[in-house]
Design a protein around this ligand. Structure first.
Ligand code: ATP
Ligand code: MG
Length: 319
């Protein structure tokens, strides 16, 4: 397999997701990948769903939760979305529906919608759905998603299960309410409520399925994992890839970041040796099916379009 992202030039995707543990260079790589495609004239949106606004830092401008053109670039846009914003969008979309159904047979506080929205899985589910809307909205040729650190990515993969479990709990709750009120012989109104509730829930299930199908489709989506050549990085990578395998999601590229190139002192010699040891482990384990791309540790932090572009050139070098 090609140890470069060059292949992606010939196999255009609609969504590229970047995952990995905290601090390994996900945002840097996501920015470099997005910049690369925008320079080819593809209208590209880079999304960060990290709780800390990292894109703003790397592109040296305020981005925020509205799509914005990135300064000093062409065809590149950015957006930083927080879970608060996503949850609000979820509530705007489903809140009135839920409330309408429930209030048709009981007097409930609107806070109840918050209770449902706060269930595990909802946020990730809706984040993905929101991103899918951006992907399918036709405004961009490509969306590059800088996901939050690994834990989050993994949770996201457990999403269909979490989500369905949540639905189950919610359904049970509704059904209990239903039977309670049925006992009070308010069955005419109730039956109406129950039916539309099931419709809503099946709508949510369709949504979850649509999202999962999209990210499973190798023609449309691609996953890239970023890691570091250390025991922790190797272990986390193993865990992430195992999880991806379980969910029939393919990781095609593994970026190994912070690699020491020249060691001209004892300190760096030792570090380099350690890194090479772990790079070899990663290669033995994955190079038959995942392209391993090595990115050197730069003397400076990666900030601003010029330095990001240097990383793009490394990631997309001709091999
Ligand atoms: N190859 C590199 N050489 C030098 N500095 C790098 C390199 N890659 C990333 N950095 C720097 O390391 C820091 C962390 O990178 P980045 O923010 O991309 O990590 P992250 O995985 O997105 O972190 P988080 O999990 O917190 O979102 C940044 O200051 C970035 O400039
Ligand atoms: Mg980041």
């Amino acid at each position: 397999m090609n140890p470069s992202l060059k292949r992606l030039d010939k196999e255009p995707k609609r969504l590229i997701m970047i995952g990995g543990k905290g601090g390994v260079g996900k945002t840097t790589c996501a920015a470099a990948i997005a910049l690369h495609f925008s320079l080819q004239g593809k209208k590209t949106l880079i999304i960060s769903s990290d709780p800390t606004p990292s894109l703003s830092d790397i592109f040296e401008m305020e981005i925020g939760d509205q799509e914005k053109p990135i300064k000093n670039t062409k065809d590149l846009y950015g957006i930083e979305i927080s879970s608060d914003v996503v949850l609000k969008k979820w509530k705007d979309r489903f809140g009135p529906e839920i409330y309408e159904v429930l209030s048709s047979f009981t007097s409930l506080d609107y806070d109840f919608v918050d209770y449902i929205g706060g269930a595990p899985g909802i946020e990730e589910e809706y984040m993905l759905n929101y991103i899918l809307e951006l992907v399918e909205g036709g405004q961009y040729d490509l969306v590059v998603w800088d996901t939050a650190p690994a834990g989050h990515t993994l949770r996201l993969l457990h999403l269909p299960q979490l989500f369905l479990k949540h639905l189950e709990a919610a359904t049970k709750f509704y059904m209990n309410l239903y039977s309670y009120f049925e006992k009070l012989k308010e069955s005419v109104k109730l039956r109406k409520g129950k039916r539309s509730l099931l419709e809503i829930i099946s709508g949510w299930e369709d949504l979850a399925e649509k999202v999962v199908n999209f990210i499973r489709d190798p023609q449309k989506s691609d996953f890239i994992i970023v890691t570091i050549p250390e025991a922790l990085g190797v272990r986390q990578t193993e865990r992430i890839i195992k999880d991806f395998d379980e969910y029939e999601l393919r990781v095609n590229h593994l970026i190994v970041n912070y690699i020491i190139q020249q060691a001209d002192c004892e300190f760096h010699k030792i570090r380099k040796e350690m890194q090479q040891h772990y790079i070899q482990i990663l290669k033995n384990q994955y190079s038959h099916r995942i392209g391993l791309i090595e990115v050197p540790l730069m003397p400076q932090e990666i900030k601003g379009v010029e330095r990001i572009n240097k990383i793009s050139e490394i990631l997309f070098k001709e091999v």
